[in-house]
Design a binder for this molecule. Structure first.
Ligand SMILES: Nc1ncnc2c1ncn2[C@@H]1O[C@H](COP(=O)(O)OP(=O)(O)OP(=O)(O)O)[C@@H](O)[C@H]1O
Ligand SMILES: [Mg+2]
Length: 483
């Protein structure tokens, strides 16, 4: 049908060229007007082009990329000529429709044609296009009676779907700020941690996952209340309880890039602002160990540091110098977090981690700044079961009862539990690993009991000493009185 219409249009084109050459201009204008009426009468199809490069500086068009993703996923199975794109990092081969190929799509029962074409230059001129080949463009063809549906709904559907596919398939990146030139440098982010493998009570895990999902779906809500589309998490807990693992699991869950911001490498607030502005949408900004990163606690810490200056330990000295040379302030950081992203739009998660939540300035952790405080604590039996599944591929075992009892009596970090569950040699079986853990748990429990006894003894001695001191004071007082 398209071919028949095409030859009819070709005939009309020839006629138009003859008219231009042989008829006077007044008549030629009149005929041209009718020409377009005939064309639209004979060819009831509407065509829309989406070019690969657009704008003054010929940037790659987002719409073009979204359409490419959409067609690759939805329509390539129906295309006859496909192009295989080279891929890195063992990712699956990407098949997209080849140049000058057409594919049909259907939307609400309406047939739509897509074709991929290239612009053929009329003369050899200097090209602004960043590729040596002729730039491509997609043409969308549909019957004019569906104009409203296509322009108001279908195109939007293709672009949204295409962007979602890109976000699903994109390679996550891990950025870190380079202390030399204070720029973000990145590597591919490939951390195997997921919420499934994270050892934590399932209820707590579900709560965090729901919180993240709700956040990603609330674009309109944040716009309505006039707040930046961001969410702040404070992860706190002893070393080895999975704070960094949780960040990786969040990044994999949300499919967000991670920006690991090393505050001690940031010179001043201006630099901090630039780094924060340069972060992309859909990203997690991480500031680890905030209590060690900066002089967050203000005056209280200064006094402490003056005392510490007498300390000659070279490592401690170096960290102190780092802290002093960085002029980033607590208020600067908080203002940026609140201010910049209100203007930047885009969804961002900011995560602070600390081992000592009690040492943080209340201004930093007050509600509104950090939306959710997550305690990463010692391993419980529920969390152990996840580690046992990860490391030993078991869901139950007769020794679980003993282990459950021990977890209710003592503390061990998930990192230590994981370490003890790991088979140390080839011939170690599941039971040997579990017995190894039991032995370690018992040793920790014994140590804790001994520690507690020692503490109790010390407390008792202290009390006795105090009683003697008091009594001596009283006796001395009485003797003085009598004299
Ligand atoms: N909750 C957990 N679930 C699964 N693995 C864990 C968990 N916690 C710790 N691990 C294991 O222990 C290792 C260390 O944990 P991680 O680095 O996440 O601890 P952390 O809380 O960030 O410690 P730090 O305070 O020292 O930075 C991880 O590589 C992981 O294998
Ligand atoms: Mg960590």
């Amino acid at each position: 049908m398209f071919a028949q219409y095409g030859s009819a249009i070709g005939g009309l084109m020839l006629l138009q060229a003859m008219v231009q050459q042989y008829f006077p201009s007044a008549l030629h204008d009149l005929l041209e007007r009718y020409f377009y009426k005939w064309v639209s009468f004979l060819y009831p199809y509407v065509e829309i082009s989406f070019h690969e490069f657009t704008g003054k500086y010929m940037e790659r068009s987002e719409a073009f990329m979204a359409i490419q993703n959409y067609l690759t996923e939805n329509a390539t199975s129906r295309a006859k000529r496909l192009k295989a794109d080279s891929v890195k990092d063992n990712r699956p081969l990407i098949l997209s429709i080849d140049d000058y190929e057409e594919v049909a799509d259907e939307y609400n029962g309406v047939k739509i044609m897509w074709s991929l074409n290239r612009i053929v230059p009329t003369s050899t001129t200097f090209s602004l296009y960043p590729v040596t080949q002729n730039p491509r463009y997609y043409t969308l063809t549909f019957h004019r009676r569906h104009r409203k549906l296509i322009t108001q709904s279908y195109i939007n559907h293709v672009l949204t779907e295409g962007k979602a596919i890109a976000s699903r398939n994109r390679q996550l990146k891990l950025y870190t700020n380079d202390p030399q030139d204070s720029m973000w440098v990145h590597a591919v982010f490939k951390h195997p941690a997921t919420f499934e493998t994270l050892a934590m009570h399932p209820d707590k895990k579900t709560e965090i996952m729901n919180d993240l999902t709700k956040f990603t779906q609330r674009k309109e809500y944040y716009a309505k209340i006039g707040k930046a589309w961001k969410r702040g998490y404070l992860l706190y807990g002893p070393p080895g309880t999975g704070k960094s693992t949780m960040i990786a699991a969040m990044a994999n869950f949300l499919n967000y890039d991670v920006y690991d911001l090393e505050l001690t490498a940031v010179k001043d607030n201006t630099e901090l602002r630039r780094l924060l502005i340069e972060t992309s949408n859909k990203s997690i900004i991480v500031i680890e160990d905030i209590d060690c990163s900066l002089d967050f606690t203000g005056q209280r810490k200064k006094a402490e540091e003056e005392n510490n200056d007498k300390d000659d330990d070279p490592v401690k000295k170096m960290t102190r110098t780092d802290k002093k040379s960085s002029k980033v302030t607590l208020s600067g950081l908080l203002n940026f977090i609140d201010g910049i992203w209100s203007a930047c739009g885009g969804e961002r998660v900011i995560i602070f981690t600390t081992n000592h939540v009690d040492k943080l300035d209340p201004a930093l952790i007050r509600t509104g700044r950090m939306d959710k405080h997550i305690e990463m604590s010692y391993c419980c039996f529920e969390a152990f079961k996840i580690l046992a599944k990860n490391y030993l591929n078991i869901e139950r075992h007769p020794l679980f009862e003993t282990i459950s009892q021990l977890f209710s009596e003592t503390y061990m970090t998930p990192a230590d539990v994981a370490e003890n569950l790991m088979p140390k040699s080839e011939n170690k079986d599941v039971e040997a690993c579990l017995r190894n853990l039991i032995q370690e748990l018992e040793a920790v429990k014994k140590k804790a009991v001994e520690q507690a006894q020692l503490e109790a003894k010390r407390e008792k001695q202290e009390k006795r000493l105090n009683w003697w001191r008091e009594t001596r004071k009283k006796v001395e007082h009485l003797l003085k009185k009598e004299n």
